[in-house]
Write a protein that binds this ligand. Structure first.
Ligand code: SF4
Length: 374
């Protein structure tokens, strides 16, 4: 398949690994920001193939994982109300709130529906004018443009019974927060290629310069990841800290201007809480004043909901790269994908779920699936 198989070529992978081995002379800790990249790394055993000097730290780039418990509880509260049709992507239905999840709400009679696009939810609103239809709009810069488009269309077409519960987050402020943490061990970043395909690379040079950290825009196939690691290690060994684009087949410096215009029209930058990390200034979006009528938080007045994180879950430390998932005492025992205690075990992009799925149970020789680069 074009752009997949050619980026999983074992021979090319071996060449990139050899180049990394020949370049590295001392220990370096790199963070892949995106959960999709974490999934590729664990699935293909890339971290186990790297020389010992190169450590990969799994960052907070899984949208399901960083959605705060407070927002999940607000979704549960709204979805349980009579007359509401609550629409969401499927991966949010199993995310545990304080005392239940959206599946439980549906089992108790709530009208919770899985959709594949926010425009599907808009269509449901058109077809059910007597009901309130709410879409759960979460994610990074990648999912924000279609969500913005749905709200824009609702306003333009006068679909007043459509609203959105918004919890969008932005990558650059998260990188800034990680680098400002006193516990930070990260020395280089693999930036998420799909985020940059929307937003471009303009926000990164200042971050790279201020924190003196290389940032390499990277894709999602094994060769993309290895090339991103190779370029980051090369910069570190040379004492450089610039922004490089290793995903030029999808990322232009200016990103996608039409998508950015839509974001600017519908959203405004706001402080956001990240699950397990806390509030990061200017790290997210909310609906702007002009679209407030379509903001589910206002429509359903759920501002006062308070939350309580499960005390045993260490997903905050996982999301900041301070521990590996199997170092959590609950990993694989009380906490599994069927019985998740935290969001990093629920989502297939979460680091805990990836470690569990590919049998990283803390044993160095744990078996794994056949890998194109292994
Ligand atoms: S294994 Fe489960 S309890 Fe432990 S950090 Fe991951 S999600 Fe939380």
């Amino acid at each position: 398949m074009k752009y997949l198989e050619e980026f999983q070529n074992p021979e090319l992978a071996r060449g990139l690994l050899a180049d990394i081995r020949a370049t590295v002379t001392r220990p370096w800790a790199l963070m892949e920001v995106c959960g999709g990249q974490t999934h590729t790394i664990i699935r293909h055993g890339i971290d186990q193939l790297l020389p010992d000097e190169v450590e990969l730290i799994h960052g907070p780039g899984c949208p399901v994982c960083v959605t705060p418990l407070e927002v999940i509880d607000k979704a549960l509260e709204i979805a349980a109300r009579p007359g509401v049709i609550f629409c969401s992507f499927g991966d949010m239905l199993r995310v545990p709130g304080t005392d239940r999840d959206l599946f439980r709400v549906r089992g108790e009679g709530g009208d919770v529906r899985v959709v594949y696009s926010p425009l599907d939810a808009l269509r449901i609103a058109e077809q059910n004018p007597q009901r309130q239809v709410v879409f759960f709009g979460i994610g990074f810069e990648t999912t924000a443009p279609p969500n913005a488009m749905a709200v824009h269309q609702a306003r333009k077409r006068g679909i007043r019974n459509f609203s959105m519960l918004v919890s969008h987050v932005r990558v650059p402020p998260a990188i800034d927060a990680i680098m400002n943490s006193p516990d930070c061990r990260v020395q280089g970043f693999l930036a998420a290629g799909h985020v940059c395909s929307v937003m471009g690379t303009g926000e990164y040079p200042e971050l790279a310069e201020r924190h003196r950290v290389p940032i390499v825009v990277t894709g999602f196939e094994p060769l993309d990841i290895l090339e991103g690691i190779r370029l980051t290690v090369r910069q570190l060994e040379r004492g450089e800290h610039t922004v490089e684009n290793a995903y030029a087949r999808a990322v232009r410096p200016e990103g996608n201007p039409a998508a950015r215009d839509m974001l600017e029209d519908v959203f405004e930058v706001a402080d956001r809480a990240w699950r397990g990390i806390g509030v990061i200034p200017a790290s997210g979006w909310r609906l702007s004043e002009r679209y407030r009528d379509h903001d589910a938080e206002y429509r359903f007045d759920v501002h006062s909901i308070a939350t309580c994180e499960p005390a045993r879950c260490r997903s905050g430390e996982v999301l900041q790269g301070l521990i590996k998932p199997h170092q959590c005492e609950a990993f694989g025992t009380d906490c599994t994908p069927r019985t998740p205690l935290g969001a990093t075990m629920v989502s297939s992009e979460g680091a805990c779920a990836a470690y569990y799925l590919y049998r990283r149970l803390g044993t160095p020789a744990a078996p794994r699936e056949a890998s194109p680069v292994g």
